[in-house]
Design a protein around this ligand. Structure first.
Ligand code: PLP
Length: 452
């Protein structure tokens, strides 16, 4: 039990020592020496080191209890350490912890692949498993090239698809790309991602131009890669009607459509896949994050006829990896998918998301520097504008400032957006309403205080 008589997992924030406390600070010093300095930002008020997490709570090494509105990068849709996922993983781990994915595969791999094929929006589907979201993107891009013979890629401004070299070529943010530009494939055309109805036609016209220009240049576009809702780019939701047009444009030019549902998929946005609900009729779907129920697992799922562009294996897979089809991750994933279906986590995410957005809009009505509160299911964002800026230009770094302030009050959120102007919210769908409301109240207070 945590103070207030609520059990850990559903407890209100409880800060015993101003974060980061002495133990977190000591770990920060050790980390600084042992890890590449680029990886973990260590500042005066950041980070705290996690010791334990359950459902919607995280406890740090100094005993502080937080409410996790991040779902740990959107992974914990079912909450941290859901007992049914833990039981399935433990059972599997006691029999087989690691197999030989593409040589003598673990039986659990077959079950998961069949399950994914059953969920897919096509009559027949096949998949390739991997560990990280960016790998799923790599597989989709390889598949698209095999299937169309065209190397070019159409991707979107503000899009995020991961940081491995192939995926990074399609990720838009310049600070991620700049140091590695010379290694990035340059056949990617970036076009604006519309978020308002009036931006739709200009975006589609840019797509059309990109198809024509690239075909003339000799690197014709064979893949259109798009997030149904741009997550890390700032929770950007396209207008209804955009995706059907985009898909017919892609098909007219002989390109396959890749939906990057690493963030949006598996219930997070209120349905099993966010794409179909928005009219995105994809040929390939990338999954990750929530897929492994907390274990590293990703997948590229595809229409059978597109996936069958891969040649039959003659003994050596053209694409595989050591941990492909990891049995514990597969077992955890099956338990997670059971939960999504039996507990209707997708519907819960839809309902909670509507509540969350309505609550925040209410609490923040009339706040001058609030630009927008938006979301689809439990992928929500609060955008902060620069003070006194009628055009509502984002306040750079506001997301991180609010995240740091909230951490001191026991609420975890993440920044998002190309200028860091958004607070991103991806809480577990299993969180209780009163705990969510309590955390939202604190968030609203932090937003109000964030005026420049
Ligand atoms: C839409 C999307 N695609 C791909 C990725 C990359 O996934 P990973 O970090 O697991 O490589 C992310 C990660 O945030 C993502 O949001």
């Amino acid at each position: 039990m945590v103070r207030g008589g609520r059990p850990f997992g559903d407890a209100f924030p409880h800060i015993r020592v101003t974060p980061p406390g002495p133990r977190s600070r000591a770990l920060g010093k050790r980390l600084r020496r042992a890890e590449s300095r680029n990886v973990t930002f260590i500042g005066d008020r950041f980070p705290v080191f996690w010791e334990e997490a359950l459902a919607a709570n995280v406890r740090d090494v100094d005993g502080n209890v937080y409410v996790d509105l991040t779902g740990a990068f959107g992974v914990a849709l079912a909450g941290h350490r859901h007992p049914r996922i833990m039981r399935a993983a433990t059972r599997q781990q006691q029999r087989l912890t690691h197999g030989m994915g593409d040589i003598h595969p673990p039986a659990a791999k077959v079950e998961l692949l069949e399950r994914l094929a059953g969920l897919a929006p096509w009559p027949e589907a096949r998949a390739v498993l991997a560990s990280a979201g960016s790998e799923a993107v790599e597989i989709a891009l390889k598949t698209a090239l095999l299937s169309t013979g065209k190397p070019g890629i159409l991707a979107f401004e503000c899009g995020y698809h991961g940081l491995t070299l192939g995926a990074l070529a399609t990720t838009h943010r310049d600070d991620f790309r700049a140091p590695f530009r010379k290694r990035l494939y340059d056949g990617v055309a970036f076009v604006p991602f519309p978020v308002r109805p009036e931006e739709m036609s200009p975006s589609l016209a840019s797509c059309e131009r990109a198809f024509e220009d690239r075909a003339r240049r000799g690197d014709a576009i064979g893949a259109v890669l798009v997030e149904p809702v741009q997550g890390r780019g700032g929770v950007r939701i396209p207008p209804r009607g955009f995706f059907p047009e985009l898909c017919s444009l892609a098909r007219r030019h002989g390109a396959v459509v890749v939906a990057d549902e690493v963030f949006t998929g598996l219930g997070r946005c209120g349905s099993m896949f966010a794409g179909p609900a928005l009219g995105l009729d994809a040929d390939l779907i990338c999954l990750g994050k929530a897929l492994g129920g907390g274990f590293p697992l990703s997948a590229c799922l595809g229409r059978a006829e597109v996936m069958d562009a891969w040649p039959e294996s003659a003994g050596e897979a053209l694409h595989t990896s050591t941990f492909l089809g990891h049995p514990v991750a597969c077992a955890a994933s099956l338990a997670f998918l059971d939960l999504v279906e039996s507990e209707r986590l997708d519907r819960r995410a839809a309902r909670m998301g509507e509540h969350l957005v309505a609550r925040l809009r209410d609490a923040l009505a009339g706040v001058g520097h609030l630009s927008d509160v938006r979301g689809l299911g439990l992928l929500a964002g609060v955008e902060i504008a620069a003070d006194g800026n009628a055009a509502r230009v984002g306040q750079p770094g506001a997301g991180a400032r609010i995240a740091t302030q909230l951490l001191a009050h026991g609420v975890m959120v993440l920044p998002a957006g190309e200028r860091g102007q958004v607070v991103e919210l991806t809480p577990p769908a299993t969180m209780s309403r009163d705990l969510l409301d309590r955390a939202l109240k604190q968030l609203a207070r932090a937003v109000i205080d964030s005026s420049e």
